[in-house]
Every structure is written in structure tokens, then in C-alpha cells.
Design a protein around this ligand. Structure first.
Ligand code: GLU
Length: 501
């Protein structure tokens, strides 16, 4: 790679960023960092009808949360600014006019009513209407209207659009890093609108002009943009500019079936499709952050949607991804989204957190329940239950007994509560009462020594003891629990079990 790599993420701020968009941003980020290049964020907001307030801030916040913030964007290193297309509006018209001057585009005055009528008539004859070389010379545009008339109509303020004059009978030979060589027949393309008389460019024109002016070397984007590639390729040719290299990323598919994972799938399928929660008057769409995912887990599972390093390695930090990432190893085939696997990733990153951080993350859940506990104890609790959790939120279900005595006892487990059990448990309570050093290890040694001395089977004591303390046969090492809740509470729970079982 000879040129300094410059890649971009170019979302339109039309709502919350879909997880597929986040993957596009991530792959751009990884590619840029891998090659010591620049990753910039450009906001493509030329379609004012689809503009959604808050969407741009959402995009920035999501990238920041994931640790993949752009090097350049609105308000940050604006070397090629502005980075919002609406603020670059003044740039595009002269480029559209340049194409007209060179015979690559033309003014068209056809009203949408006329075009609708034409479309209808054509469809009635069983054909599809395409505004292209087959018909453009019969329509109301600068290819059919005299130049002075065209100028007059524009001067009078008549609405017009500028359309691309797609070349006829050309086999375009396109290249895509992921898909290889693609041949495309230019006759199949329509003459896309590039510019409108309201002064706004369409996506195609603005995108190409900006990618050129902002010195983009590689365009890495979702497969849904592949159909635009022939036109984009022709636009570069028309301007006489060197085109960037292209890479179209595979679709992200629903967990079941072959459909594309869409924005609407969100909470319908029981998992978020957005990085952050998104609230509107109609409701809330859940986000990975609010669901308790660690950003490292999201980055990790997204990286593997359509890419791997050729081995079966699955766990990568962001730094490792930068190191290993290779666009040539991105697959063509759609990548299945696996929400269950995503939880597994989260578990891995949960285990990498310090107990201190986990305790801090868990504290608000306890606060909400009105439970206060000293911090050192909380750290110990968290440390003993985290192994079984995918999310911090699950700590409560996994360890509620640390904070509150059982209200009821698991019915199946009470079968082990035999006739002799109350007496045995009373003996245990008395034994515990005598112990001075109430550490897990010492309590365990003492209780086990007592069992051996009196030849009492393990099961006879351990299961009822756990049932008394926890309310069920679950939880971490019993003597760890006993140490944490303390002597007084343990004895109280044993006595309560004797009284109620
Ligand atoms: N604005 C387009 C989008 O919303 C950009 C597509 C591209 O990367 O060229 O995804």
C-alpha cells in the first residue's frame, strides 16, 4: 500500500445506528489502525426528509463507547472539513455542472407526475420503466431541449434535476477486495439523479465528491451498497479521478433462516440490534450497553461477523484485532448473528474485570433494592459468584442469599430434610457457635472434623446446611457463603430452617 490509508464511516443520521453499521465502522477502524492510517467519520445528511434529531450524537456516542472513535470528524481534527455534508452543500453544484459540461450528465425537467404516468403506462404493457438510454432522448431534458431554452427555463426557476448520462454498451470491469472481479453491463443502469434544483446533491454525487476531496483510499461498506458500485465507478471515470479501492462487507443474517438482520428485528427476537438504547415517543429499543454488555465483548463478536484470522481463535482484544485484521480474509457469504454466543463473549470479558470494578457495577442494583452492605464484603461476594454469570445483573439471582435470608425453601431439596436432620443441624449450629476464627477454611475444617469424629455422612449435613443457608441447593462453595454472611446470621438461618421445615 503506497498511499497513506484514509478510510471513512459515512452513516446517514436517520435513526439509531444498526449493529451492522457498527460492524462497518469497526472494520474501517481496524483497517485504518492496521495500516497506520486515518479513520474518519462523515455525516451524510443531504436527505433532510430523513434527518432524525439526536441520531448524529448517538453515532458518536456509540463509537466512543466501543473505543473506536474516529480520528477526524465534526469538531475533531477537521483537516478536510466540514464533516457534515449539509455544511458542504455549496461544493456539489459545480461538480454536477462540470459533468454536464463534459457530456456526462444532463438537466431533466420531467415532473414526478409525468414520470409516474409513464411508469404506469409502461407497467401496464408488462414492462418496467427505466430512465436510461432507451428513452432519455424522448423525455423532457437537455438532450432533447435546445440549450437556450434550457437556460431560460432554469433562469425562470423551473424545477429540474441533473441526471447522470450512463454510457451505452459498456461492460464495466469492477474490482472489489472481498468479491474479486465483477463484470457489469452498463445498459442495465438507469440515469441516476445526482443533483436537485433545491441545491442538494443526492447520496451518489455527494459521496463520490467527498470521498475524493477527503482523500479516501478505501471504501469499506455494507453489501447493500454493491448495486451502487457501477455508478460510483463511472462517476470516478467521468471526473477523471482515481477511484478508491472498494470492499463490500457481507450481510449480517438473522439467527434463524437466511433473512437479513434488520432494524425491526430488535426486541422482537429477544436481543438488541443497536449498540445503545434508543428512546422515541413510540417506545424504547434496547441497546447492548444498557443490557449489560461490555464494549470489548461487542467489538469482539462484531469482528467475527464475516471475518476470522484463518484459525479458530475467537477471543480478541481490540489491539489484537488491529494486529490480526485483514480485509482479504473477509468472507463473501452472509454472517449469522448468534445472540447466545454473544453472551458467552460477555462472560469472558466479565471474568477479565477486576472484582473491584464488578462490585462497583453491581452496587447500584443493590441500592435499588434498598440493600446496604460494606464494600469489602461486596467484593468478596462478587468474586465468589462471577464465574456463573454472563452479566453483572445476574449477580442478584446468583447470590441473593448473601443479602437476604431465604424466605422459602426449594421443594425438591427439602426431600433431603429427614427426621434426624433437625437434631444434626442444631448440633452444627452449636458447633459453629464455638468457633472463633470464622474463616471459610477454618469453619470447613472444624465441621468436617466433627463429621469424621462422629461418623456422620457428608450428605446428611452438607445438603441440609446449604438448604438452610441458601434456601436451595445452589450457589458457590458453602463455607465461603458462611464466612461472608457471618456466624450470627448463619446460626439464625439454621434455626429458622429447623423451625420451618
Ligand atoms: N450514507 C451511506 C450510508 O448510510 C454511506 C454508504 C457508503 O459508505 O458509501 O450507509
Amino acid at each position: 500500500m503506497s498511499k497513506q490509508v484514509r478510510v471513512r464511516f459515512a452513516p446517514s443520521p436517520t435513526g439509531p445506528l444498526h449493529i451492522g453499521g457498527v460492524r462497518t465502522a469497526l472494520f474501517n477502524y481496524l483497517f485504518a489502525k492496521k495500516h497506520g492510517g486515518t479513520f474518519y467519520l462523515r455525516i451524510e445528511d443531504t436527505d433532510q426528509n430523513r434527518f432524525v434529531p439526536g441520531a448524529e450524537e448517538y453515532i458518536m456516542e456509540a463509537l466512543e463507547w466501543l473505543g473506536i472513535s474516529p480520528d477526524e470528524t465534526v469538531g475533531k481534527n477537521e483537516k478536510f472539513g466540514p464533516y457534515r455534508q449539509s455544511e458542504r452543500k455549496h461544493l456539489y453544484q459545480s461538480y454536477a455542472e462540470q459533468l454536464i459540461a463534459n457530456g456526462w450528465a444532463y438537466y431533466a425537467f420531467d415532473s414526478s407526475e409525468d414520470l409516474d404516468q409513464l411508469r404506469k403506462n409502461t407497467e401496464e404493457q408488462g414492462n418496467t420503466f427505466i430512465y436510461n438510454h432507451t428513452i432519455r432522448e424522448q423525455l423532457d431534458n437537455s438532450l432533447t431541449v435546445e440549450a437556450d431554452k434550457v437556460a431560460e427555463r432554469i433562469a425562470k426557476g423551473e424545477d429540474y434535476v441533473i441526471r447522470f448520462k450512463t454510457p451505452v454498451n459498456e461492460i464495466l470491469e469492477l474490482k472489489d477486495i472481498i468479491r474479486g472481479d465483477i463484470k457489469f453491463d452498463s445498459n442495465l443502469l438507469d440515469d441516476k439523479v445526482l443533483f436537485k434544483s433545491d441545491g442538494m446533491p443526492t447520496y451518489h454525487l455527494a459521496n463520490i465528491v467527498d470521498d475524493h476531496l477527503m482523500e479516501t483510499t478505501h471504501v469499506i461498506r455494507g453489501e447493500e451498497w454493491l448495486p451502487s458500485l457501477p455508478l460510483h465507478f463511472l462517476l470516478y471515470k467521468a471526473f477523471g479521478w482515481e477511484a478508491p479501492e472498494f470492499a463490500h462487507l457481507p450481510l449480517i443474517l438473522k439467527p434463524v433462516g437466511n433473512g437479513k438482520l434488520s432494524k425491526r428485528d430488535g426486541d422482537k427476537l429477544g436481543f438488541p440490534v443497536f449498540p445503545l438504547e434508543w428512546k422515541t415517543a413510540e417506545g424504547i429499543s434496547s441497546g447492548y450497553r444498557e443490557k449489560g454488555f461490555f464494549p470489548e465483548a461487542v467489538v469482539n463478536f462484531l469482528a467475527l461477523l464475516g471475518w476470522n484470522d484463518g484459525t479458530d481463535k475467537e477471543l480478541y482484544s481490540l489491539e489484537e484485532l488491529v494486529e490480526a485484521f485483514d480485509l482479504n480474509r473477509v468472507h463473501k457469504a452472509g454472517a449469522k448473528f448468534d445472540p447466545e454466543k454473544n453472551k458467552w463473549f460477555n462472560h469472558h470479558y466479565l471474568m477479565l474485570q477486576s472484582d473491584d470494578d464488578l462490585a462497583k457495577a453491581f452496587a447500584p442494583f443493590l441500592y435499588e433494592k434498598g440493600i446496604s452492605i460494606d464494600y469489602t464484603t461486596l467484593v468478596k461476594i462478587v468474586s465468589s459468584i462471577k464465574e456463573r454469570a454472563n452479566f453483572v445483573e445476574e449477580f442478584w439471582e446468583l447470590g441473593d442469599f448473601f443479602f437476604v435470608a431465604p424466605e422459602k425453601y426449594d421443594e425438591k431439596a427439602t426431600k433431603n430434610w429427614k427426621e434426624e436432620t433437625p437434631l444434626l443441624m442444631q448440633n452444627v449450629a452449636d458447633l459453629l457457635n464455638e468457633i472463633e476464627d470464622f474463616s471459610s477454611l477454618n469453619v470447613e475444617t472444624t465441621v468436617k472434623a466433627w463429621m469424621t469424629e462422629f461418623e456422620i455422612g457428608m450428605g446428611k449435613v452438607m445438603q441440609p446446611l446449604r438448604l438452610s443457608v441458601v434456601g436451595a441447593l445452589k450457589g458457590p462453595h458453602l463455607f465461603d457463603i458462611i464466612e461472608i454472611i457471618g456466624k450470627e446470621e448463619t446460626i439464625k438461618r439454621i434455626e429458622k430452617a429447623i423451625a420451618s421445615l
